[in-house]
Ligand binder design. Structure first.
Ligand code: ADP
Ligand code: MG
Length: 697
């Protein structure tokens, strides 16, 4: 009989796992015995040895043993039971604020007590508050010490460490008892090549490390048993992206050659010619669309590098070939801006551009839906609303997604599903203004081909950035006055307070009032995230037309807004934002030919890291340099914005530490696909779950 594999054995089958425990395990994402095995300890306690009382240091978490000298109730500020123990080397006080009569009686002077807890400094020397303890029977043999270090697991309310340990004990003994119950999918060749141990060895070691190993060594990111799991996890993740790509390529896309007519007409109508970088990327995109394999291309380009026109040219190539193109953006403001640009560029060419967003209702929405379904709308711009069930395309040839990092992989796939037409899939073009360090791109976008617009249009003067404490707010206001009186326009950005949009908007309103008072000669407007889209649009239009000198804004202006005459930006409390976001914001100025200024007005005092980060902004305007530094300073989760998307979430790997694996993992991924394609599915299932998105791409 072949034993069931541990991922199929439910936790409910273990001893001590009643419905309540099972429910709490589920809360931690633990369903099977295999899940328990991959639920690694956060840290360890050493209950393998007894520390002499004389050598205790505050902060130690240790096992102690000593004879009880006295145990008394003290009626101080808080009634407490104090128990003093001693061994040959010193004494220690155990302090209990909550205790029963039975407890008190059992702590008799002369008895031998063993305790475990954290040592801290008390009013009369070292003490432990509420230690775990046991009074040892004098006539029975000495109680055993643990053979291994004690694991402390990530837990949840109502699920004790003791219960988690008892469950993982069972899981570990199943692992050891049953042959092949947990298959080690990583082939021996790869293990040898990278000098990695077996899966079983790694898990046993990490859950129950032998005595005598230091906590630091165990928790270090270079710990070899941990590295074994990191490698496997990164490999599984990489394989999932390879699969995703293979699946996407399995379905043909329409060949969209086009006759160049519309593209040439657009280029002729633009007041500028494309930069070399834009031309190169346009060419790469055009070649992809000219094939029957669907395009899967990511275009990275710094803020202001001119991605929109590249997208418009791709859309026109689809239209020239008789197909529709859709462009999706993550926010309404950004989508509106694209809609505006596309309409301005394409309507003179006789093309109808349709608009679809959540706020579009009633008759207008109906008209849009009809134009999209009939094919009358050749180019469609919108937000997530494009996913809705009643949206159907006539013959979609190209999907363009702006600001990819805010959409998950599955959303991208969903839009592709919608675009399926006569057994063919649309081409996909993904654009991001967040420069992604190469290493992260390898992880997050390994399923995509990549193009980079690495050149800004000519005639831009670099932005001067200064970092100033908010004590000098008055001087900053004077500077704004000067610039605006000289005919320039300025942004004043209020940043998020404790993740609260309401507070952020209130702060922006208050700031607007203060600035109106301080600068009566200026016309000042306000946009924030809680205004109606039409109100926002009206204020933006005024600012764009030059009717406002100063625009106070929340971070809603982050993406897309394009006002070339705006050349001054004040950012309040920039220390609250990520560098990528600051870079995006700052990219709103410096779009014209006049010299631009950005003032980062921080709230003193600034942390060491805060200083370093603002220093990066002052010293560089290169999005890639900034992104690399951001990655160094903050780690990959923040940089990619995983909080919004869940794009890359690892259970064990940590990209800021484990980055050195990436090349090896890429190689290993190719090796697996060539020699052992059979192991990719089980590895993906183990590490990424049964996520449907990978099975039906
Ligand atoms: P982003 O890459 O940030 O989306 P946009 O596409 O919004 O950049 O372009 C920024 C500004 O630069 C727009 O006003 C756009 O019309 C202009 N632009 C784009 N390409 C060029 C170019 N080759 N020469 C001059 N201006 C350009
Ligand atoms: Mg853009």
């Amino acid at each position: 009989m072949t034993p069931a594999s541990l991922d199929q054995i439910e936790i409910a089958l273990l001893k001590g796992a009643g419905p309540a425990v099972v429910e709490r395990c589920e809360r931690l994402g633990l369903h099977s015995v295999q899940d328990l095995l991959f639920h690694l300890p956060l840290r360890y306690q050493d209950r393998t040895r007894i520390t002499p009382l004389g050598s205790l240091r505050p902060g130690d978490e240790v096992m102690v043993e000593g004879y009880i000298r006295v145990a008394d109730i003290i009626k101080g500020k808080r009634r407490s039971l104090l128990c003093k123990i001693q061994d040959g080397s010193g004494t220690l006080t155990l302090r209990f604020f909550h205790f029963s009569q039975a407890q008190r009686v059992a702590l008799r002077s002369g008895e031998l007590l063993r305790g475990f807890g954290e040592v801290r400094v008390g009013p009369n020397g070292l003490e432990m508050v509420h230690p775990e303890y046991k009074v040892l029977q004098a006539d029975s043999p000495p109680a055993d010490l643990s053979q291994a270090l004690t694991a402390i697991y990530p837990a949840t309310e109502g699920l004790t460490q003791a219960r988690l340990r008892q469950l993982s004990d069972q899981a570990l003994s199943m692992l050891q008892r049953r042959e092949n119950a947990l298959t080690d999918w990583v082939p021996a060749e790869l293990l040898r090549q990278h000098r990695l141990c077996s899966l079983e060895e790694a898990l046993l070691y990490l859950h129950r490390p032998p005595a005598g190993i230091s906590q630091e060594r165990l928790l270090s990111t270079t710990e070899p048993h941990r590295q074994r799991l990191v490698f496997e996890e990164l490999l599984a993740h990489h394989l999932s992206l390879i699969k995703l790509r293979q699946q996407a390529l399995r379905i043909d896309a329409p060949v969209l050659t086009g006759d160049q007519s519309l593209r040439q007409a657009l280029l002729a109508s633009l007041p500028f010619s494309l930069t070399n970088a834009q031309q190169r990327v346009v060419q790469e995109v055009a070649e992809d669309m000219n094939k029957s394999a669907p395009m899967l291309r990511l275009v990275q380009g710094d803020v202001g590098s001119g991605k929109t026109v590249v997208a418009a040219l791709a859309a026109l190539q689809a239209v020239e070939s008789g197909f529709q193109a859709v462009m999706m953006a993550p926010t309404e403001i950004l989508a509106e801006q694209h809609f505006h640009n596309f309409s301005r560029w394409l309507e003179p060419l006789g093309l109808k551009v349709a608009w679809l967003a959540g706020k579009l209702k009633g008759k207008a929405r109906q008209q849009s839906l009809e134009a999209i379904a009939s094919g009358e709308a050749r180019v469609i711009v919108g937000t997530h609303a494009l996913f809705q069930d009643d949206v159907s395309f006539a013959h979609l040839g190209l999907v363009i997604i702006d600001e990819q990092h805010r959409f998950g992989v599955h959303q991208r796939l969903a839009l592709r599903e919608k675009g399926m037409h006569q057994g063919k899939a649309p081409h996909q073009l993904i654009m991001t203004a967040t420069p992604i360090p190469r290493t992260l791109a390898m992880v997050a976008y390994a399923d995509l081909d990549c193009s980079v617009i690495d050149e800004l249009p000519p005639g831009r003067t670099p932005i001067q950035t200064v970092v100033i404490a908010d004590q000098r707010r008055d001087a900053v206001i004077e500077r704004v006055r000067g610039a605006c009186m000289a005919g320039r326009q300025a942004y004043w950005v209020c940043t998020l307070i404790e993740e609260s949009e309401v507070l952020e908007c209130q702060a922006a309103e208050a700031t607007t009032e203060q600035l109106k008072e301080a600068l009566p000669e200026l016309k000042i407007g306000l946009v924030h995230g809680r205004m109606k889209a039409t109100e926002k649009a009206a204020v933006m239009a005024e600012f764009k037309a030059g009717d406002l000198h100063l625009l106070v804004a929340t971070t809603v202006i982050e993406v897309g807004v394009d006002v070339p005459n705006a050349s001054v930006m004040i950012i309040e409390n920039p220390e609250r934002l990520g560098l990528a976001q600051l870079h995006q914001l700052r990219g709103r100025v410096g779009r014209g030919s006049v010299e631009s200024f950005c003032v980062l007005m921080y709230h003193a005092p600034l942390s060491q890291q805060g200083k370093a980060r603002l220093g990066v902004m002052r010293d560089s305007t290169d999005g890639f340099v900034i992104a690399e530094k951001d990655l160094e300073l903050r780690g990959p989760g923040e940089v990619l914005g995983t909080r919004q998307t869940g794009l890359v979430q690892f259970r064990i790997a940590d990209l800021s530490q484990d980055e050195h694996w990436l090349d090896a993992v890429h190689e290993a991924g190719d090796w697996v696909m060539r020699h052992r394609p059979d192991i990719s599915e089980p590895l993906i299932r183990r590490w990424l779950g049964q996520a449907e998105r990978y099975s039906q791409a």
